[in-house]
Design a protein around this ligand. Structure first.
Ligand SMILES: [Zn+2]
Length: 247
């Protein structure tokens, strides 16, 4: 008779809590993104769970840092039955025989289809998916930029998409260039929007100072939650920006 899982916020952590008919509280941190789950005996209160989590905060952070140091994602074979994230939603991959260039498309609510010749290698299939992600992210983000440029009254000279190891977004206020991480194509639209707004806000204020924070608070009040969601992902670990770029 487990209870429905629910979320408990402890500090900056979101903890999934389930009550079960067990004797001891169990706390786990799970790959790939360091999700924290607690299984608690039925009679244990939220306050007791909170204390248990706080008592293991150091351990939780070490676990999460360990996951973050691991490769971003297991190398995908790009075969039918794998799941791949698209704009925050899990989709099941089906590989179909095709002719000519490899082609990716969405299929129904939860599917992703790859048309590939039998000779296509796993690497070739991954490249096809990444090209598709890049195109989807570009078309998704263009109107987001347009909307927020109008709202904030600032615009980049150029923006682009590239693969980055440690940053979701990067910005150089001098050259007025913004880069977005290709991995964002796997994230929910609201998280993508937050990165766009964050980078544009650096054209108003270079640093993460009070002016910067006030701007985000005014225009995107939920930004802290979105930041924390991204920080809980493998790429997150607090290092958002290049060392000297303020971006
Ligand atoms: Zn920043």
């Amino acid at each position: 008779m487990d209870t429905e899982p629910r979320t408990l916020i402890v500090g900056d952590l979101e903890i999934a809590v389930v009550h079960k008919a067990i004797k001891n509280l169990h706390l786990g941190v799970y790959p790939p993104d360091g999700r924290v789950r607690v299984a608690a005996p039925l009679a244990v209160s939220d306050e007791a769970i909170r204390l248990a989590v706080l008592g293991k905060l150091g351990w939780i952070r070490r676990q999460r840092a360990g996951f973050a140091a691991q490769p971003r994602e297991s190398e995908r074979e790009m075969v039918s039955g794998e799941s791949h994230m698209v704009f925050g939603e899990r989709r099941l991959l089906t590989v179909l025989p095709g002719h000519g260039p490899l082609r990716v498309e969405l299929s129904g609510q939860h599917g992703l289809m790859l048309h590939a010749t039998p000779e296509a290698t796993a690497e070739g299939r991954r490249d096809a998916l990444n090209r598709w992600y890049r195109a989807r992210l570009r078309e998704h983000v263009a109107p987001v930029f347009a909307r927020w440029q109008a709202t904030l009254g600032v615009a980049p000279a150029t923006w682009g998409i590239k693969r980055m190891k440690t940053l979701w977004g990067a910005c150089n206020p001098d050259s007025r260039r913004i880069w977005l991480n290709l991995e964002l194509a796997k994230k929910p639209p609201e998280c993508i929007e937050y990165i766009v707004v964050h980078e544009l806000a650096h054209f108003v204020s270079r640093h993460h100072d009070d002016q910067f924070t006030a701007l985000l608070d005014r225009h995107l009040p939920g930004w802290r939650g979105l930041r924390d969601r991204l920080n809980a992902e493998p790429l997150g670990h607090e290092r958002w920006h290049g060392a000297n770029q303020g971006g």
